[in-house]
Design a binder for this molecule. Structure first.
Ligand SMILES: [Ca+2]
Ligand SMILES: [Ca+2]
Ligand SMILES: [Ca+2]
Length: 252
């Protein structure tokens, strides 16, 4: 009559820190009174500014803290936070506890750590294709059109700024439609799958603007191609024939 529970087989693997050298906890190195700190290292009491390297912030390896009395051999120093340190300002405190002393841990020093993101997002054109050229509308989102990378922010805001075509609205050999770019919004647009039968492929150009949490902006563009045929002919961007502006977008 014994029931064996196997519900505990799943044990919390929710560690989503990047694997590798950058994901390390902040460690405090004790320095005897009057001792030397390696050049260029962060010393407790000084402010430090670091670049954000993951969506969780920055990792800092070591802070050096100099004792005011006693020796490191008989003291234990600890740091108030191990990181990662999110974008913004942090006060890092170092406390010291001396072996066999009556008193408990005492505050030794404090430093301000400022995590900044100075690098704008990177955009990569995904170059989606519309096929067949049967004069039907396709909804293209910013995600369909462009890939965004930012070391610090994994929720970069990306919006369309304009949409353009390298073929006129209505020309020879492209059917007889007047509206080829419709419902241009902040994050999607509808584009007509058509091209001139006597042309070199239609290339729609979509202006995109990416803004990360720190306010760094990248302006770029991506392209949606309606090939001339499926024979592998390289699509030619013949330059902008006309262009529609996107509405102003919040935060964009
Ligand atoms: Ca950034
Ligand atoms: Ca047309
Ligand atoms: Ca063309």
């Amino acid at each position: 009559m014994s029931a064996v529970s196997i519900s505990a087989l799943f044990f919390g693997c929710n560690n989503d820190e990047p694997i590798g050298g950058s994901a390390q906890a902040l460690v405090v190195e004790c320095v005897d009174p009057g001792g030397e700190v390696p050049a260029g290292e962060w010393v407790c009491g000084e402010e430090k500014v670091v670049e954000c390297t993951t969506p969780r912030g920055a990792y800092v390896a070591t802070i050096y803290a100099e004792l005011t009395e006693g020796t490191c051999a008989e003291a234990t120093v600890t740091v108030s936070e191990e990181g990662p340190f999110a974008l913004g300002s942090h006060e890092v405190l170092v406390t010291v506890e001396v072996e066999d002393a009556e008193a408990g841990p005492a505050s030794l020093c404090a430093s301000e750590l400022v995590v900044v993101d100075t690098v704008a997002p990177e955009l990569t054109d995904r170059l989606p294709e519309l096929w067949p050229p049967n004069h039907s509308f396709h909804t293209i989102t910013v995600d369909d059109c462009v890939a965004v990378e930012d070391a610090c922010d994994d929720e970069v805001e990306v919006t369309f700024t304009y949409a353009a075509s390298d073929e006129p609205r209505n020309d020879t050999g492209d059917g007889n439609t007047e509206e080829d770019i419709v419902n241009l919004g902040c994050d999607s647009v509808e584009l007509l799958a058509e091209r001139k039968g006597n042309g070199d492929a239609r290339v729609y150009t979509l202006g995109v603007r990416a803004v990360d949490a720190a306010g760094n902006v990248t302006e770029g563009e991506c392209h949606v191609v309606v090939p001339h045929d499926q024979g592998g002919k390289v699509p030619v961007d013949s330059g902008i024939a006309y262009r529609e502006e996107a509405p102003a977008c919040d935060g964009g």
